[in-house]
Design a protein. Structure first.
Lengths: 338, 364
């Protein structure tokens, strides 16, 4: 059967003419409609009070659908979580789509539906957007850019430079899930990997822990570069030493197994639904308890503390009681031979 | 059984460390043959926990590292041939040759693909009948049987566009060469667990019998390694040197007979050049005549200039256990995993990479 022309995104869909209107009305707006976006003005007009956080990120991932998520969900979660790292509760998002000519419209709709459901889950609105279609070969399927605006609650002052001696280091859940799920899908590994990406909007969880302890010192999402990368950044930025205990870092058995087989270290694998929290020792227990009450923080654990030795470095105490320095990742992760 | 936690048990580990400390009476030099052992020893901090008299040296047990510059050049030259697709395991693509790497060749337009098994390479051959797929066969006895199996399969399927550049190496002959050189005086050797899973324990019995050196086969978890160190120290202190097996859950005396059979169905032993060590007789594998149609060395006229080692890089000395990474003036300042000068910094199993990533405080 001959494929219908309208099954694929065409260059004309980005021309601003009738087809553009059609794409917007039939395949995008039905999922995203809200009073601000519905006006279809060239810019959204917003009212906000207080200190504002603003961030932007572009999402290019292969494959666009992976176990536990897709590029749409990722694009919403990523920006919301970037806002959350300053304690800001995300309010509004922009959505920029760059689509390769020939991209299936059903896939586009699936992605927009996923943007919509993730935004609803997080309580944010997509208030402005843009769609461009580029020649076949000029991009890989679909690229998404989202920018986000959020409001920082009174009394919250989070920064990567605020870690101080004695502070406790908390990770909000198991590490490495996203990277391993995507890698297993991308490389078509022929064994079953019961791991799903952990992508999740964390604004709700962050609001909850800020209620328990408004004076959280540092918050950061350990995405590319993994937990090791984030802890090294924080150690350098705050000019402190970070000591962590290997045995206390939560890792799913399946992730550990995959890492053992491929020669990876879960410390360096990307996460999309986790936060590193650094706070005063007296606040740590309350924060962990609050995290355990949130579905994205069930496996949260205190994994170490901030010290004065080894400034700018991360030191890991192994299960056997030895200690070694954990460096940033250098170069790409490559699977080993034997 | 989860097969990881059990072999990382803290209390059992501390018990073994104490027993080793009680047994150890004099300074000894032990070599861990495998890159995998080196990584585990550093990653779990085992070296710091052993008595100071026990010195651990890394051996030539990283297949990527022992591949000489000339062979890397060969792979790069093949990548530049028209209509070829190079299929290779991941770490090979960044190893520097005389002038280039497979990664650079890829950036310049060659078709170089990272695969996870020979099955992936065969699939590329099936899907691209007009291209010539060359699998870079790097690895020890652990890897060679799967490559051999792919050749048998390709032969059965009548694939005429699948080739192997066989750079495989065998472990017992190089161990013998190291011991014969008398360059370092070793008291004990931790033998490669996964190689022994294929070869069985017997090919390593000569270490005790002919050279009167302690030997133990070890797995790669911390408890495996500590158990094998305990065995070695006991052998040394008792003066009775005979191969022991600390990896009985994987290694049998006779090895994996099926794997050995298919390996020698396709390959025969040949002399092979090891980086830092040179030619070692009977230490390589080349395709037998009946499979010569799959031999990349015969199917292609490989043009290459004389190989050139990188000045200053001491990977060769490190592979012989003569020097350690921090003896190298390039280590860390010039050579790091982002900009590797030598192969020992590229491979995940490389000694320099392991020292760089997991070297601990004493290396800085």
């Amino acid at each position: 059967m001959e494929e219908k022309m309208s099954d694929k995104v065409l260059l004309a869909h980005g021309s601003g003419g009738r087809l553009s209107h059609d794409l917007m009305e039939r395949h995008i707006m039905p999922y995203l409609k809200n009073p601000i976006l519905n006006k279809l003005d060239d810019s959204a007009v917003l009212e906000l009070k207080g200190r504002i956080a603003f961030t932007t990120d572009s999402y290019v991932i292969k494959p666009v659908f992976f176990p536990g998520g897709d590029i749409g969900r990722l694009a919403v979660c990523g920006t919301i979580n970037d806002l959350a790292t300053s304690g800001a509760s995300a309010k509004y998002l922009s959505l920029g789509l760059i689509i390769e000519e020939g991209f299936p419209i059903t896939d586009l709709e699936r992605i927009i539906a996923s943007v919509s459901s993730t935004a609803k889950e997080a309580g944010v609105l997509v208030v402005t957007g843009d769609t461009k279609v580029v020649d076949h070969g000029s991009c890989d399927g679909i690229f998404i850019n989202t920018s986000g605006i959020g409001v920082i609650p009174e009394g919250v002052n989070i920064s990567g430079s605020r870690a101080s001696e004695g502070d406790r280091i908390i990770i909000t859940g198991t590490i490495g899930d996203h990277g391993i799920a995507v890698m297993a899908q991308r490389e078509g590994l022929k064994f079953s990997v019961p791991v799903e990406s952990d992508r999740a909007p964390l604004n709700g969880m962050v609001s909850e822990i800020l209620k328990v302890s408004p004076d959280i010192h540092c918050l950061r999402d350990p995405t590319r570069g993994g937990l090791a990368g984030t802890l090294n950044e924080l150690a350098a930025q705050s000019d402190v030493g970070i000591m962590i205990e290997e045995g206390s870092i939560p890792v799913k058995d399946a992730v550990r197994g995959m890492c053992e087989i491929l020669g990876f270290d879960p410390m360096y694998i990307a996460n999309e639904g986790k936060m590193v929290v650094i706070a005063a020792p007296e606040d740590a227990a309350g924060i962990v308890a609050a995290l355990h009450g949130n579905r994205h923080g069930r496996d949260a654990a205190v994994i170490g503390e901030v010290g004065s030795r080894h400034k700018g470095r991360v030191v890991l105490k192994t299960g056997l009681g030895a200690s070694r320095i954990v460096d940033m990742l250098t170069g790409d992760l490559l699977p080993r031979i034997c | 059984m989860k097969y990881i936690d059990e072999y990382r048990d803290t209390d059992l580990g501390k018990g073994l460390i104490k027993r080793i400390a009680d047994l150890s009476k004099r300074p000894v030099k032990l070599m861990e043959f495998c890159g995998g052992h080196t990584v585990s020893i550093l990653k779990h901090g085992i070296r710091q926990l052993l008595p100071p008299g026990i010195e651990m040296l890394s051996g030539p047990g990283c297949p990527v590292c022992v591949t000489p510059v000339a062979d890397i050049d060969k792979a790069v030259a093949l990548a530049r041939e028209p209509e070829t697709v190079i299929a290779t395991f991941g770490d090979m693509i960044r190893v520097p040759g005389s002038n280039s790497t497979l990664q650079k060749a890829k950036a310049e337009g060659s078709d170089v693909r990272v695969v996870y098994s020979t099955q992936d390479a065969l699939e590329i051959a099936r899907l691209n009948p007009l291209k010539k797929i060359i699998f870079i066969g790097v690895g020890f006895e652990t890897t060679a049987p799967t490559v051999a199996a792919s050749v048998v399969q390709a032969s059965k399927e009548g694939l005429t566009n699948y080739y192997i550049l066989s750079l495989h190496k065998l472990c017992p002959p190089v161990m013998k060469a190291l011991l014969l050189s008398h360059e370092i005086r070793l008291d004990g050797i931790i033998c490669p667990g996964h190689v022994c899973a294929i070869t069985g324990a017997r090919p390593f019995e000569f270490i005790g019998r002919e050279y009167d050196i302690a030997a133990a086969i070890s797995g790669f978890e911390p408890l495996d390694i500590l158990l094998s160190v305990e065995m070695l120290i006991k052998q040394i202190e008792n003066g009775r040197h005979a191969l022991e097996n600390a990896y009985t859950r994987v290694v049998r005396d006779e090895g994996n007979i099926q794997a050995i059979r298919i390996m020698y169905e396709v390959f025969e032993t040949s002399a092979s050049c090891w980086r830092g060590i040179g030619m070692v007789s009977e230490s390589g594998l080349r395709l037998r005549d009946r499979y010569s149609a799959f031999d990349a060395e015969k199917a292609f006229e490989i043009k290459q200039a004389e190989a050139r080692e990188t000045p200053g890089c001491i990977c060769g000395d490190i592979l012989r256990g003569v020097k350690k990474p921090h003896d190298c003036r390039l280590f860390r300042d010039v050579c790091d995993p982002q900009h590797p000068v030598g192969p020992c910094m590229v491979s995940a199993e490389g000694t320099c990479s392991a020292y760089y990533l997991y070297g601990g405080e004493d290396e800085r």
